[in-house]
Design a protein around this ligand. Structure first.
Ligand code: NAG
Ligand code: NAG
Length: 343
């Protein structure tokens, strides 16, 4: 295959998840990868990434074809439109800029060429794009991966990259077209034969299933400061917090999306990682680093869907209120909001 047959892929976000995706796409040889970085740009541009990876072994000083610290404006820079734009940043809609504003310069006007791939968690993440770019096909990437960036450009990858790709339903693009785009992306991603990337058409099933963890254990660990092992040991936490929250998600999945999650999904999710791994979910890691948390798409959207459908979600209501207040605390710390001073 000549290089002209390669697909051009713009990967936005090169943290622990985006870097592995970019590496994997590059190694497969079917993609020319441009990677947009922010905080780790200096380190990666100078020395490349170093990976210790369960899928790829030790890889040192790796860089994709192009590394940038800005989103390309394809109009201003006269660049051909990308075949795929893969978004692997955190999704924090309550903090500007929104992901829609972020990627806008990289998409053609009234785009029909570029397929968007959202490698992000949570519910309804495609909705803003269907409004802002109504002709753009949008794919869902649900990733089960254990990886961390321990310092800029240094990636430890200790749980295999398992990626489920499917198309979000689209009001005007035929499902056969969407399905072909999803399968093409799976082929490009799988070409290195290092990871498990599968076409999984039931996007809502995959997303609700992951919410059993992400809307429940993730914020509960963040808010209590207890990792997924300690929350299982903590007095009463599973029965009072974790299981009720998970049962609310299971019910909402059924009522809102017609998604019947597997029997035993609650206990399965609790037991997913060995207790002794004492893993910290992403929101807990983010809070400890003083970062904003992704609570709106992980917790707010399933709660709002459930409310609209009349599902009783008392545990998630409280978790959402607490998460929102904690986010406000981070906003004040970062100067995004201020408090009135005594006159
Ligand atoms: C991209 O650049 C063009 C030309 O300079 C400008 O008009 C346009 O607003 C830019 N697009 C975005 C989304 O920033
Ligand atoms: C883009 O779409 C809008 C709304 O559908 C339309 O009014 C406009 O003419 C289109 N522009 C181009 C360049 O096709």
């Amino acid at each position: 295959m000549t290089s002209t047959n390669k697909k051009s892929v713009l990967v936005i976000g090169g943290g622990a998840v985006g870097a592995i995706a970019a590496l994997n796409l590059d190694l497969g040889g079917l993609a020319v990868v441009t990677l947009v970085l922010r905080s780790n740009y200096e380190a990666v541009n100078k020395s490349g990434y170093d990976f210790e990876s369960c899928d790829h072994g030790t890889v040192n000083a790796w860089k994709p074809s192009v590394v940038r610290n800005t989103i390309p404006n394809i109009t201003r820079e006269s660049l051909p439109p990308y075949d795929y734009v893969l978004l692997a940043t955190k999704n924090i809609p309550d903090i500007p800029p929104t992901v829609v504003d972020l990627i806008a310069p990289a998409l053609p006007k009234n785009n029909t060429h570029t397929t968007l791939v959202l490698l992000q968690n949570g519910l309804n993440i495609e909705k803003p794009f269907l409004t802002s770019h109504p002709d753009t096909p949008v794919l869902s990437g649900v990733s089960l991966i254990g990886s961390a960036e321990i310092s800029p450009g240094q990636i430890i990858h200790d749980e295999p990259d398992k990626l489920f790709i499917g198309a979000f339903p689209h009001p005007s693009i035929p499902s056969t077209t969407l399905s072909a785009l999803a399968q093409n992306f799976v082929a490009i991603y799988s070409a290195a034969h290092k990871t498990q990337c599968t076409h999984s058409p039931n996007v809502l099933h995959d997303r609700w299933k992951k919410l059993v963890y992400n809307a429940c254990l993730n914020p509960i660990c963040a808010l209590t400061g207890l990792d997924t092992g300690r929350i299982r040991l903590a007095d009463g936490a599973l029965e009072a917090l974790v299981k009720p929250a998970m049962r609310e998600i299971v019910e909402a999945a059924k009522v809102c999306a017609g998604v019947e999650l597997e029997q035993g999904i609650v206990q399965w999710t609790i037991d997913m990682d060995p207790l002794e791994s004492y893993l910290k979910p992403s929101m807990q890691q983010d809070l400890e680093k003083g970062n904003f948390i992704e609570f709106e798409n992980l917790l707010g959207e399933p709660l709002r869907e459930g409310r609209r459908a009349g599902v009783s979600m008392p545990t998630l209501e409280v978790l959402y209120g607490l998460a929102r207040a904690v986010q406000w605390r981070s906003k004040e710390a970062r100067g995004v909001v201020g408090v009135p001073r005594r006159q």
